[in-house]
Each structure stands twice: as structure tokens, then as C-alpha cells.
Design a protein around this ligand. Structure first.
Ligand code: ADP
Ligand code: ASP
Ligand code: MG
Length: 408
């Protein structure tokens, strides 16, 4: 068979799967088996172990508010270590491999430092490597912005690199190798009797990921859905099937497929703002301009011509949000900006919810019976999310997971 006719497989290894020599050798041997099975192989890797966290800590040891460009320059080094070490490891099996950074792989992105989005991929160097029979190993999590600066793609962004490359290369499968057997009904680190889900739709996975299930980055699922990339999440430790993420058609999904928990949340309230047109627009436009993503939003009904606007942001954006809000509060004549950075978001997700009533009521009752106060609620066709105190989060996850019959 000619090289060009073979199917392309994209394999992504997360940080835990490349954290040391033993893991690198294991990952390399998986890559080599796939190559020997007759595929053209593109590999995407994350930084080893917790290196990205450590690099961020090093920047924060110097300054509270590190410059985005330099932070990206620093964070991108982690993935670069992995590509070189994995290539060296693959070569020891007698298979040729070449490492490429995100920019070398032709990954272009928007200019927002630390959370850029991929805009286009020109993978000619990747294709050239494949055409010469090499395994091509690409650094995840990074790209080049229109100013030709290195940017990173948001935490967990290697998943996005893998899926976007799979789409750009018309690859049939994107295999995500991680430290769990697949996607579970909830985080198995919190609820030990969580169960592995064999198949899940893009929509349900998107909500699970968006609600904080770290196993897949939410934006990677958006891209997979858009381009029809089939994802298989599995462990790099054993050879066994994991979770397939695919089109919903023909799939039987339970009413609730999973419970997500995100403690990376902070709640902000702008108090006593005048009840006038344009107030919400001013607040949220200013936050958007600084790339602060807002999640849940609640506006109380007005009393004496004043109301309160509350919303959540991720904890790492809290400082930025507060500094954006202060001048606006002043301009609007609002009383104060209150914040609580000890809240968490608990969500139930399931495509089956669309046709079942009473799902939200059941979740609220479980929390009420346990004396857990709900501070904010948001719902969609396939999700109910509640903001609660972080200190009650783990207990809440366990209770809700059990109430919907998701345990073993
Ligand atoms: P990688 O380094 O391979 O990208 P991550 O740490 O980003 O891995 O994601 C895997 C982790 O996600 C697991 O160790 C698990 O604790 C956590 N996780 C959270 N929610 C879920 C879930 N619903 N199913 C599986 N894993 C989950
Ligand atoms: N190393 C990056 C992170 O820790 C990207 C990734 O692991 O996907 O967020
Ligand atoms: Mg990850």
C-alpha cells in the first residue's frame, strides 16, 4: 500500500501519560503498534505531569499579574519537552519520528493570550512528515496569533489541538489517551463507584466538559461536533475500549448521563444598580472586552428602582473581573461589588432530560434534604446547574450521583 492511501490516526497523550521515562516508553510503544498496523500516525502531547501548573506557579512567584505574552512563552515550553522526548523514545523502536511545535504544524489562532482559539490549520509540514513515512509528534496547547506570537489555547488545550488536527487531516479517529479508562458518570476521584460510559453524544459531552469535567476540554468537543470527528477516550495503561464520543443518532442515552463538578468558580454581585436599559450591556461588554468569560447570570427583580446583577466567572479571572467592574460600578452609581470565591458549580447533564419532566425538581429536593443551599440556578434543555458552597460540593456530588442511579 502506498503511504498516501493509508488512513490517518491522531493519538493524543495527556500529561500523566508522558510524565516520566516509563510512561514515555509506554506511549511510544502504543504509537509504534498503531504505525505497524499500517496507519499514518500523528501524535499530540501535553506537557509532562503537572508541569503547566508548576510553570504558572513560577510566574506567580515573581508577580501577581504575569504578562500574557510571557506567560504563554513560558507555558508553551512544557509541551516542547514532551514532543522531543517522545520522538527520541519512538526512534528507539526503530521507527522514524519528527517533532513539531504548534506553529511549525501550521496552527494559527486568535490573539488572546492564554485562551486563544484556533482559526485555521495549514498542516503542510505534518503532511510532509507523514509522506516520508515518519510519525509526526505535535506539541498540543499552542499556536501562532496573527502577530506571529506564541499563544496557548486554554487549560486542557491539547485536546483541542488533537481534534482540530484530526479535522484538518480528515482523520477517521482521534484517540485521547489519559489516566482514566474513559468518561465516567462523574469524576471517579470524588465518587469511587462512578461508572464508565461506553458511548456519549457530542451534546452531552459538551455540557459535561463545559460544566467542569476535566477529562475533555469543552472547546475540543465543539470542534469534534462541527467536523464530525469521532473521539475515543481511553487509558494509556491498558489495551481496552474506553468511551466513544459521537453523533447522538441511534444512541440510547439515559435521562441523566453524568454529574459534573467545578470548583474553579467565583460569584460576583453588583449591588444596587439602577434599573435602567443598558446597564447589563455596560457590565458584560466591559468584561467581554477583557476576555473574561461569564457563566451564569441572575438579575433580581427591581426594588425602589434598584436591582442586583450576579454572575459567575472562573476563579483565575476574578481579579481581572474586579478591576474591570470597579470603574463601571462608580459610573453606574452602584453600591458595591461583592464577591465569593468559595463557591462551586454542580451540574447534571443528559440528552434524555429533554423528554422527561421533574429532573430539576429531583435535584433540588436532594440538595434541600441535605440542607445544602442553592445560590444560583441555570438550566438548558440538557443541563441543570446549581451554584453551591464549595465546602458542600463533594457531598452534593455523591448525593446527586446516587439519586439519579448512576453508581454501580
Ligand atoms: P490528561 O492529563 O490526560 O489530559 P486530565 O487530568 O486533563 O488528563 O483529565 C483526566 C482527569 O479528569 C481524570 O483523572 C479525572 O479525575 C478527571 N475527571 C473529571 N470528571 C471526569 C469524568 N466525568 N470522567 C472521567 N474523568 C473525569
Ligand atoms: N499542558 C496544558 C494544561 O495543563 C494543556 C493540556 O494538558 O492539555 O492545561
Ligand atoms: Mg486534559
Amino acid at each position: 500500500m502506498k503511504e498516501a492511501k493509508k488512513s490517518i490516526v491522531v493519538m493524543k497523550f495527556g500529561g500523566s501519560s508522558v510524565k516520566d521515562v516509563v510512561c514515555l516508553k509506554r506511549a511510544a510503544s502504543r504509537v509504534v503498534s498503531t504505525k505497524k498496523a499500517g496507519h499514518r500516525v500523528v501524535v499530540v502531547v501535553s506537557a509532562p505531569g503537572d508541569m503547566t501548573d508548576e510553570l504558572i506557579e513560577r510566574a506567580h512567584a515573581i508577580t501577581d499579574n504575569p504578562d500574557g505574552r510571557e506567560l504563554d512563552m513560558l507555558m508553551a515550553t512544557g509541551e516542547q519537552i514532551s514532543i522531543a522526548l517522545l520522538c527520541l523514545s519512538i526512534k528507539t523502536f526503530g521507527i522514524d519520528a519528527i517533532s513539531l511545535t504548534g506553529p511549525q504544524a501550521g496552527i494559527w489562532a486568535t490573539d488572546v493570550h492564554t485562551k486563544a482559539r484556533i482559526t485555521k490549520i495549514f498542516p503542510h509540514k505534518v503532511v510532509k512528515g507523514l509522506n516520508t513515512g515518519k510519525v509526526v509528534v505535535v506539541a498540543g496547547f499552542q499556536g501562532l496569533n496573527p502577530d506571529e506570537e506564541i499563544v496557548t489555547l486554554g487549560r486542557g488545550g491539547s485536546d483541542l489541538t488533537a481534534v482540530a488536527l484530526a479535522a484538518a487531516l480528515n482523520s477517521e479517529v482521534c484517540d485521547i489517551y489519559t489516566d482514566v479508562d474513559g468518561v465516567y458518570t462523574t469524576d471517579p476521584r470524588i465518587v469511587p463507584d462512578a461508572q464508565k460510559i461506553n458511548q456519549i453524544s457530542y451534546d452531552a459531552m459538551l455540557e459535561l466538559a463545559g460544566a467542569g469535567s476535566q477529562v475533555m476540554q469543552a472547546r475540543s468537543i465543539e470542534v469534534a461536533k462541527k467536523f464530525g470527528v469521532k473521539i475515543h477516550v481511553k487509558t494509556s495503561l491498558k489495551n481496552k475500549p474506553g468511551t466513544r464520543i459521537m453523533d447522538e443518532k441511534g444512541m440510547e442515552e439515559p435521562v441523566v448521563s453524568g454529574v459534573a463538578y467545578d470548583k474553579n468558580e467565583a460569584r460576583l454581585s453588583v449591588r444596587d444598580v439602577p434599573d435602567q436599559p443598558g446597564v447589563a450591556a455596560k457590565i458584560f461588554s466591559a468584561l467581554a472586552k477583557e476576555s473574561v468569560n461569564v457563566d451564569m447570570i441572575i438579575q433580581s427583580t427591581a426594588q425602589n428602582g434598584l436591582n442586583e446583577i450576579s454572575f459567575t466567572v472562573s476563579r483565575q479571572d476574578l481579579k481581572k473581573a474586579l478591576s474591570v467592574l470597579e470603574p463601571i460600578r462608580h459610573k453606574l452609581g452602584a453600591k458595591e461589588v461583592f464577591f465569593d470565591d468559595r463557591v462551586a458549580k454542580l451540574s447534571i447533564i443528559g440528552v434524555g432530560m429533554r423528554s422527561h419532566s421533574g429532573v430539576a425538581a429531583k435535584m433540588f429536593s436532594v440538595l434541600a434534604d441535605a440542607g445544602i443551599n442553592i445560590e444560583m440556578i441555570s438550566t438548558s434543555e440538557i443541563k441543570v446547574a446549581c451554584v453551591i458552597k464549595e465546602s458542600e460540593g463533594q457531598k452534593a456530588v455523591k448525593l446527586v450521583h446516587k439519586a439519579f442511579g448512576l453508581g454501580k
